[in-house]
Design a protein around this ligand. Structure first.
Ligand code: GRF
Length: 195
């Protein structure tokens, strides 16, 4: 069976990345992770990659004249590693490179901790949900396009947050579902489900 060769972009903790590492190892997700690309030299995701013997590429935006050039470097790396499909898993930058969208049309996905379009573009969607006193929030996996958090939805799941007593509790409750959804959706792509 064909294993989807994915590249993961992550900026921080990398727990969704870890879910993919685990899923690819235990056969839950039919993918091989070709590379982790990060903009943050201190990302915890780097340690996770190293433990799993996944190559790491740090694209330090400070070393580039502008963001477009940094994005071009990311495109080059994805090509170099033979990546077929790109997963943004807590990647905190906006992709702007024209090349990347041409190269991976309908092949870049992102996970967002709200039911989009609610809290579109927010960096704190879980806190937004808590502060708004919502009883329900959730997660969305969508295609990445030039419109931030605006690409076509692929998967949404509602999460009951009525029992949560803090924004952190909301985040933790959604995160557990994010990991399961991430594995399910990437495996779906590997099996041609969404194409
Ligand atoms: C997740 O909540 C994800 O939805 C959002 O950023 C967070 C990343 O967490 N885009 P992690 O780095 O995967 O642990």
């Amino acid at each position: 069976m064909h294993k989807l060769r994915i590249g993961v972009l992550a900026s921080g903790r990398g727990s969704n990345f870890q879910a993919l590492i685990d899923g690819s190892k235990n056969g839950e997700v039919a993918c091989d992770i070709a590379v982790l690309i990060t903009d943050n030299p201190n990302a915890q995701a780097i340690e996770r990659a190293k433990k799993a013997n996944i190559p790491v590429e740090v694209v330090n935006f400070k070393e580039f004249q502008n963001r477009e050039l940094a994005d071009r470097k990311i495109s080059e790396l994805l090509r170099q590693y033979g990546v077929e499909f790109v997963v943004l898993a807590g990647y905190m930058r906006i992709l702007r490179g024209k090349e990347i969208f041409e190269q991976f049309k309908n092949k870049i996905i992102n996970i967002h901790p709200s039911i989009l379009p609610q809290f579109k573009g927010s960096m704190n969607a879980q806190k937004d949900a808590f502060d708004a006193g919502l009883k329900e929030s959730g997660l969305t996996i969508h295609f990445v396009t030039e419109d931030l958090d605006g690409g076509k939805m692929i998967y949404q799941e509602k999460v009951d947050i009525s029992d949560c007593k803090s924004a952190d509790e909301v985040a933790a409750k959604i995160l557990v579902r994010e990991h399961a959804a991430m594995k399910k959706v990437v495996d779906g792509f590997a099996k041609g489900k969404y194409i």
